[in-house]
Design a protein around this ligand. Structure first.
Ligand code: SF4
Length: 261
């Protein structure tokens, strides 16, 4: 039986092997570089992993254009940064290793990180022994091995793909007005029964203590115990600001014009 290993021949001399290597390299897609809007070490301020040490990688670019976005620097033409670093998976893994403690999870967020092939990045981070979490609105196929997927559907913009809904470990519905609860739930056909569903007051509503929104969340949770009332705790602590790498520019929309988010 053939082993499949061809014996060396004239054609397999160093030049031929070199040429074949060059051809293979030309066929291989170049390793992606990721546009990094900001990266910082802090703790997870919301969801099931609330309070855990976490290194955030926020990628640039998002087509959703939510009118209350609190990360508008990643897409809004008026708040475009002067430059965005393009970093390889290896460079990002090196930064994670140098700038955070062993055992801290890595949260890949945006912007809309699902637009990118996250395979090389998740591979490099797993090689460090880190768990990798993703925050996404689910509008494209997932690429990469994720340990946790947080889906934040944007029903007034583009709906999540069914395959991302099926993969989600938790869901975060942003409630800017009471009707957003039903609209968000309507996008979740195929969600696993054990996936957690959070209702988060959109931050400008929470900041203003908009009781219409807060009470709507309370009533929804009381009516459907599968739902949980959420809050963005890091904004109270302003924990992200403590890291020198985090973006502290004043970006309005749903952010806080004075506090920088
Ligand atoms: S999906 Fe997220 S990053 Fe994109 S516009 Fe909406 S809130 Fe902003």
């Amino acid at each position: 039986m053939s082993t499949g290993n061809k014996p060396p021949s004239q054609a397999d001399g160093p030049i031929a092997a070199e040429e074949r290597g060059a051809e293979k390299a030309a066929e291989r897609p170049a390793a992606p570089k990721y546009p990094v809007y900001e990266r910082f070490y802090t703790w997870q301020g919301e969801g099931v992993h609330l309070g855990q040490a976490a290194y955030f990688i926020r990628l640039y670019g998002c087509p959703q254009a939510c009118p209350w976005c609190d990360s508008a620097g990643t897409w809004h033409p008026d708040y475009r940064p002067a430059s965005v670093a393009l970093l390889s998976a290896e460079a990002l893994a090196e930064a994670v290793a140098a700038e955070s403690s062993d055992g801290a999870v890595v949260v890949v967020t945006g912007g809309e990180p699902i637009l990118f092939d996250l395979g090389p990045l998740t591979g490099a981070l797993h090689a460090l022994g880190r768990r990798v979490h993703l925050e996404t609105s689910g509008i494209a196929p997932l690429r990469g091995r994720l340990d946790w997927v947080t889906l934040s559907p944007k029903p007034t913009q583009r709906w999540p793909l069914p395959e991302v809904v099926a993969r989600a470990d938790e869901v975060k519905i942003i409630v800017h007005q009471p009707g957003d609860i039903a609209a968000g739930l309507a996008t979740l056909d195929g969600l696993r029964p054990d996936a957690v569903i959070w209702l988060h007051p959109e931050w400008s509503r929470a900041r203003e203590r908009d009781m219409r929104v807060l009470n709507a969340i309370t009533e929804a949770v009381k009516a459907n115990p599968r739902l949980r009332a959420g809050y963005q705790m890091h904004k109270l602590y302003r924990a992200d600001d403590l890291d020198a790498h985090s973006d502290k520019r004043l970006i309005p929309l749903g952010g806080h014009p004075e506090l920088g988010y």
